[in-house]
Write a new protein. Structure first.
Lengths: 279, 195, 257
């Protein structure tokens, strides 16, 4: 579904490339997380996968990026948008403002796609149900809380039923309940609709519990790609600026003090894994 | 990249409602702090300068339309044409690079204010009977008491208030342009680049 | 911003363009008719019954009063004292208040009452997005509708933002009261952050709009359909014809009004 080869991108006026030689292949229905320090290139990757690079952000792009059958370089964003959706982290900026109610806001993209009203209603309602916004369907988007607005952004893009959904730190303004809601929706999309999900996040614990595959970006390069526990165990001891969950840190500390064997098994990343390690 | 400029008139489109909201919010702030200026066309002029005369004219026109239909100031729609002209002028001044030089910016404000006054006067005279229901009517009364007719009195009143307001507005625009990151300004082709 | 009154009314069920046509016809009539009673007749016989049918008579009259009163006062004073005429009603020093001036003032007031009343009534009985949808169906570019509705919706957010910047700066000791120079100097730290932060949001808002395929070429559809009837279509044409007739009459028959 996503095939990236030799991707290099340098923003106009910048000396250092933001992405420096990326090769990546993601299949349909994969739920992929992306982590990395700030400035590692996570947002740049998100914009590239959805076409805003190169069509919205000026710079030099090398390499090939194929998303949902479209060559990103040659496809205008408005055409790509129906197959590759983007959600980013500021909830207010994602409300179009063109519609007065939550339901109409979710259906806005579908109206632009020219769907007939019955299909629109069905897809919009499904998206509202999935994001837990069904009760708010008649409210104005501007009266929603930040967390609700972010869920609205996800619903609005989800309703268009794209084959690829890219999310750039979508839960940064959400509380744990809101974060769980988003992750569960995404997992369900990947499993039931075979939507390819790419999500960048700093919340390692959540990623570890939900994603199938984790990528690590460091200085614009892909330095790790694999199962979450494996990747995060490695990241805990590498200078990638990824950080670690509390469980990982506790285990590392325990190893240092000799309470746990210092090598061998992978480090725990989640609570369940930590409990297992203690057994 | 050509597609950048071509496809992304979306940026201009999205800027217009934001500019209208700036017009309204700053205009109300001026009333709140009791500053004796309207300062309700900063957004219009900013759009004109950055995105060109048509975008500026559209911003001004719709701005006045919205003052009326939202019920904040019902008479506004009668002056939508004036607001459009102010926006268009901003586009022309932008192309010539005036808003980037402080004294040229103020001069642009003076010219805009005078033109706005001259075009508003007939509207005030023939639509509103020569009054606007506000404090500026005192100036109109004074002008009439020395013998000016309704149109003349309104021109006099406008020449007193509008240039001051527009010069202050252009000064604000000048300062805003200096504070904006170059990366953002690079998206707009109308404003002649700073040398 | 005024919202249509909650009680369902016959007026609200009308197609938005029908309501627009009614109000425009009222404005034209108010501007074209030559005498004070005729113009007031438009208000009393057309606008007021429509307001009653729309279930919003009180807010309508209240707003009309609020908007018209400053004009009425200024008009009666300035036109009364400064319009030349033979029938003097009052002398105040060198100034003469004439009957002719009073009548001119009243006529302008009546016309303004109709004009501003029509605009007010239209927005009391019509949702802005319904009005825009109606116009888009008839050919108004989508972009214009987007601008109008979005501006209406984000203004309250901006007002709130301006307020919170004002409060924050005041609590940091910014003086906003006192002599004019103080107040003017207070303006920069208030307006600067508001404008700059608003402009910086524009890029993301543009991306969000693109993400909804807003610029996609091709047919657009609508979730909600506006209800129109043949009778209303005919009414709109009739109103247009009436408006044109009034304009012609004004230009030809009633020239001196």
């Amino acid at each position: 579904m996503i095939a990236v080869s030799g991707l290099r991108f340098r923003y106009a006026g910048s000396e250092r490339p933001a992405l420096d030689g990326l090769d990546l292949s993601i299949g349909a229905g994969e739920f992929v997380g992306v982590v990395g320090a700030n400035g590692a290139g996570k947002s740049t990757l998100c914009y590239t996968l959805t076409g805003y690079i190169p069509h919205f952000y000026a710079g030099t792009l090398e390499g090939d990026v194929l998303v949902a059958g479209h060559e990103v370089r040659r496809t205008p964003v408005s055409e790509l948008a129906s197959d590759a959706g983007l959600v980013f982290h500021n909830p207010f900026n994602q409300i179009s403002g063109a519609r007065y109610t939550v339901l109409e806001e979710v259906a806005f993209g579908l109206e632009n796609l020219g769907l007939d009203p019955d299909a629109m209603r069905q897809q919009a309602h499904a998206a509202l149900l999935a994001t837990g916004l069904a009760d708010l369907a008649g409210r104005s988007p501007f009266t929603l809380s930040g967390g609700e607005q972010q869920r609205l952004a996800v619903a609005a893009v989800m309703a268009m039923q794209p084959r690829v959904l890219v999310l750039d730190e979508p839960t940064s303004q959400l509380d744990p309940a809101g974060t769980r809601a988003i992750f569960e929706v995404l997992r369900s999309l990947a499993r039931t609709r075979q939507t390819t999900i790419v999500i960048t996040e700093h919340k390692l614990g959540w990623l570890a519990s939900f994603v199938d595959r984790l990528l690590v970006l460091h200085d614009g390069q892909l330095v790790a790609d694999g199962a979450p526990r494996q990747v995060l165990s490695e990241a805990a001891t590498q200078p990638w600026g990824v950080g670690a969950t509390n469980y990982t840190r506790a285990a590392l500390e325990a190893r240092q003090r000799g309470l746990l064997p210092s090598a061998g098994d992978l480090l725990p990343v989640t609570l369940e894994q930590a409990l297992e390690t203690l057994r | 990249m050509d597609s950048l400029k071509r496809d992304f008139n979306t940026v201009t489109l999205v800027m217009i409602p934001v500019a209208i909201a700036i017009n309204i919010a700053v205009g109300q702030l001026a009333l709140l702090i009791k500053v004796p200026l309207y300062l309700d066309s900063i957004g219009t002029i900013l759009v004109g300068v950055l995105a060109g005369p048509w975008a500026g004219a559209l911003t001004g026109f719709i701005s006045n339309f919205i003052w009326t239909i939202a019920g904040w100031y019902t008479p506004a729609i009668a002056f939508a044409g004036v607001a459009a002209i102010i926006g268009a002028l901003a586009g022309i001044f932008g192309r010539a690079g005036w808003p980037n030089v402080w004294w040229k910016a103020i001069l642009a404000g003076l010219i805009t204010g005078l033109i706005a006054a001259i075009i508003s006067a007939p509207i005030a005279t023939y639509v509103f009977g020569g009054v606007m229901g506000s404090g500026t009517d005192a100036i109109v009364a004074m002008a009439r008491s020395v013998g000016l007719d309704s149109l003349g009195a309104n021109i006099a009143q406008g020449t007193f208030s509008d240039p001051m307001d527009k010069m202050a507005t252009y000064l604000v625009v000048f300062l805003v342009l200096r504070a904006l990151p170059l990366r953002f300004l690079a998206r707009f082709t109308n404003l002649k680049a700073r040398s | 911003m005024s919202e249509p009154v909650r009680r369902p009314s016959a007026i609200e069920a009308l197609h938005p363009l029908t309501k627009l046509a009614l109000m425009l016809a009222a404005v034209v009539a108010g501007a074209a008719l030559p005498t004070i009673p005729a113009v007031l007749g438009v208000f009393v016989l057309l606008l007021v019954p429509l307001a009653v049918a729309g279930g919003c008579l009180r807010p309508f009259l209240r707003t009309c009063l609020r908007v018209l009163t400053p004009f009425l006062i200024s008009l009666l004073l300035i036109q009364g004292f400064f319009t030349p005429g033979p029938t003097v009603l009052l002398r105040l020093g060198p100034f003469r208040y004439t009957l002719e001036g009073l009548l001119v003032g009243l006529l302008f007031s009546a016309r303004l009452l109709v004009g501003m009343g029509a605009a007010t009534l239209l927005m009391l009985v019509t949702r802005p997005d319904a009005l825009m949808r109606g116009l888009v169906e008839r050919g108004l570019p989508n972009q214009i509708a987007y601008i109008v509705i979005t501006a209406l919706q984000i203004v309250p957010t901006f007002q709130a933002r301006a307020r919170s910047i004002l409060d924050a700066q005041r609590s940091r000791g910014l003086e906003t009261e006192g002599p004019l120079t103080v107040r003017l100097r207070a303006f920069a730290p208030l307006v600067g952050p508001l404008i700059l932060s608003s402009l910086m949001q524009i890029e993301e808002r543009a991306i969000a709009l693109e993400a909804r395929a807003f610029n996609r070429p091709g047919r657009r559809t609508s979730l909600v359909a506006l209800h129109d009837t043949r009778a209303q279509g005919l009414l709109r044409w009739a109103l247009l014809a009436a408006a044109l007739a009034l304009v012609a009459a004004r230009l030809v028959l009633w020239r001196t009004a």
